[in-house]
Design a protein around this ligand. Structure first.
Ligand code: URP
Ligand code: ZN
Ligand code: ZN
Ligand code: ZN
Length: 484
C-alpha cells in the first residue's frame, strides 16, 4: 500500500521547497508535484522533514546498581511521539564480559523496538579478547566504540587502554566515542565533598566542574590524533570542551561534538531547588552548566563547530533516584528527553531565530546519519531513502508534563515548558506511528541498522606524524659507552 504525503513543504539539511512525497515498501519512491497513492496524509501548513535520529540513548541499561527505566519499546515510542524515528543505543559489556555476549543481550532487549535502531559498542576493559572481538563487532555493522573516561571503578578505561583501542579503531575504519570527564579527579572530589558533609544532589555538580570535562576532551583529542582516528565527543556540555573541539577542527582534525537538549535549555540553578527530588531528578553527567556554557553550545551549533543534538536518554524513577539520599554519588546518573528533543530544539532554537529550519534538520538528523555512516538510508528526504519522516506542524503546541509523556518515569525535567512545533504525523519506514496525539506504534516493527566502517586511513587523519615513522639512530661504535 502506497502513501502520499501531500501539500507540505519539504525541509532538508540544505533545501526548502514545496513537493509531495510518495512512499511505498518502507521507502521514499517519488518526490514531485501532484502525486497520488492509496492513502493520503494531509501535510498542508506543515514541514516534511527527515525523522529525527537520536545518536545517544540508554534503554534498559544496567548502570549504578540498577537499570534505566525505559526499555526499547517505551523509549522508541517516546522518540516517535516527538518526531524521532531512530535511536542509537550503547551496547555495554560489563568489564571482563565478551562483546559478542553483550551484543546478544542487546539484540534481545531491542526486539520490541517500535522504530529502527543501531548500537555503539562500549570498550569497558582491554585485552587480547577485546582487540579480536572488535573486528567481529565491525563485521556486525557497528562502526563506533564508546570509551568512558569517568565512572572510576566501573566503566572507566585508562589512557593506555584508550590509546590501544583508538589504534584498533583506526585499523578497522571505526570511530571512537568518548564520555570526556576526568574520572580520577571526579572520584577524589566526590570523596572530599562527602567528607565535608556535602551529600546532597548539588554536590554532584560541584564534583564535576567544566575543567574536568575540558581536560578529558583535550586528552582524548590528542590521543585520537596520535592514533590517527576521528573522534566523537558525547554530551559536550561546556565551553572548555567545546573550545578543545573548535581548536582541533581548526587544525584539520575530525572531531565531532554532541550537545544535549538538556544542556542547551536547562542550567545549574536546577540543583539549588529546595526540593531534594527536583535536584536529584536532574543529576546527570556532565551536570547542567551556567548560562555562559549554554551560550557557547548554541554558538557551536550555529557555526558548525558542534554538529549534532542528542538526549543521552537514561531515565530513572524516583525510587531509583532515592538510592542516593544521604550520598549523592549513589544517585543514578541520567535524565530523559527522547520525546522532547525535537519540540524543545524547535521552540528554543528555530522559533527564537538561533537556528534555521535547515540547520535544525542537520543537527537532529542529517549530520548524525552522515557522521555515523548511514546516510542517505537515514537522515534524507530522497528517492530510495527509508521513509522515516516527520510531518511537522509548526503551529501545534503543548505544555510538557510527565502526566502525558510516553516515558515510564513519574517526572520530566522539562515539566511546564510550553513548546510550539510538534509532529502531525511520524512515519517509521512508511508506517504512520503517530498521528497528532494518537499513538499507533507497533512493538517489534523496528529493525537494526548496520553501519559500514570507513576505509582505514590512519596517518592521513593525524597531525602527529612522528609515530608513523620511528627511525632508529645508528651510533658510531667508537662513541658507544664502554661495555655496550
Ligand atoms: O548521566 C548520564 N549521562 N548517564 C548516562 C550514562 C552516560 O554517562 O552517558
Ligand atoms: Zn542486569
Ligand atoms: Zn556519558
Ligand atoms: Zn550516555
Amino acid at each position: 500500500m502506497s502513501t502520499v504525503i501531500k501539500g507540505g513543504t519539504i525541509v532538508t539539511a540544505d533545501r526548502t521547497y514545496k513537493s509531495d512525497v510518495l512512499v511505498d515498501g518502507g521507502k521514499i519512491i517519488e518526490i514531485g508535484e501532484n502525486l497520488s497513492g492509496d492513502e493520503t496524509l494531509d501535510a498542508s501548513g506543515c514541514y516534511v522533514m527527515p525523522g529525527g535520529i537520536d545518536p545517544h540513548v540508554h534503554l534498559e541499561m544496567p548502570f549504578m546498581g540498577t537499570h534505566s527505566a525505559d526499555n526499547f519499546e517505551i523509549g522508541t515510542r517516546a522518540g516517535l511521539a516527538g518526531g524521532t524515528t531512530m535511536v542509537v543505543d550503547f551496547c555495554l559489556p560489563s568489564p571482563g564480559q565478551s562483546m559478542m555476549e553483550a551484543l546478544a543481550i542487546w539484540q534481545q532487549k531491542s526486539g520490541a523496538a517500535c522504530s529502527d535502531y543501531s548500537y555503539h559498542m562500549a570498550v569497558t576493559w582491554w585485552g587480547e579478547q577485546v582487540f579480536n572481538e572488535m573486528q567481529e563487532v565491525v563485521d556486525r555493522g557497528i562502526n563506533t566504540f564508546k570509551h568512558f573516561m569517568a565512572y572510576k571503578g566501573a566503566l572507566m578505561v585508562d589512557d593506555d587502554e584508550m590509546f590501544a583501542s583508538f589504534q584498533r579503531c583506526a585499523a578497522l575504519g571505526a570511530m571512537p566515542l568518548v564520555h570526556a570527564e576526568n574520572g580520577d579527579v571526579v572520584a577524589t572530589m566526590q570523596q572530599k565533598l562527602l567528607a565535608e558533609g556535602n551529600n546532597g544532589p548539588e554536590a554532584h555538580s560541584y564534583s564535576r566542574p567544566p575543567e574536568v570535562e575540558g581536560e578529558a576532551a583535550n586528552r582524548a583529542i590528542m590521543i585520537a590524533d596520535m592514533a590517527g582516528v576521528p573522534l566523537y565527543i558525547v554530551h559536550t556540555s561546556c565551553e572548555q570542551a567545546h573550545e578543545a573541539i573548535r581548536r582541533a577542527r581548526q587544525k584539520g582534525m575530525r572531531v565531532y561534538g554532541e550537545p544535549l537538549i538538556q544542556h542547551l535549555t536547562l542550567d545549574d540553578s536546577e540543583y539549588s531547588n529546595p526540593s531534594w527530588d527536583h535536584a536529584a531528578q536532574r543529576v546527570m553527567s556532565p551536570p547542567f552548566r551556567s548560562k555562559q556554557h549554554q551560550d557557547s553550545l548554541w554558538a557551536g551549533l550555529q557555526s558548525g563547530s558542534l554538529q549534532v543534538v542528542a538526549t543521552d536518554h537514561c531515565a530513572f524513577t524516583m525510587e531509583q533516584k532515592r538510592f542516593g539520599v544521604g550520598d549523592f554519588t549513589k544517585i543514578p546518573n541520567g535524565t530523559g528527553g527522547l520525546e522532547d528533543r525535537m519540540p524543545m530544539l524547535w521552540s528554543t532554537g528555530v522559533r527564537t531565530g538561533r537556528l534555521t529550519m535547515n540547520e535544525f534538520v542537520a543537527v537532529t538528523s542529517t549530520n548524525i546519519a552522515k557522521i555515523l555512516n548511514m546516510y542517505p538510508k537515514k537522515g534524507a528526504i530522497l528517492e530510495g531513502a527509508d521513509a522515516d519522516i516527520v510531518v511537522w506542524d509548526p503551529n501545534r503546541s503543548k505544555t510538557i508534563t510527565a502526566a502525558n509523556q510516553q516515558s515510564c518515569v513519574e517526572y520530566n525535567v522539562f515539566e511546564g515548558r510550553e513548546v510550539v512545533g510538534l509532529p502531525r504525523f511520524t512515519l517509521t519506514r512508511g508506517k504512520v506511528a503517530i498521528e497528532e496525539s494518537t499513538v499507533k506504534t507497533e512493538p517489534g516493527h523496528g529493525e537494526f541498522v548496520g553501519r559500514e566502517p570507513n576505509a582505514p586511513v590512519g596517518a592521513a587523519l593525524s597531525k602527529w606524524k612522528e609515530i608513523t615513522a620511528p627511525r632508529k639512530v645508528e651510533r658510531r661504535p667508537e662513541l658507544m659507552p664502554a661495555g655496550v
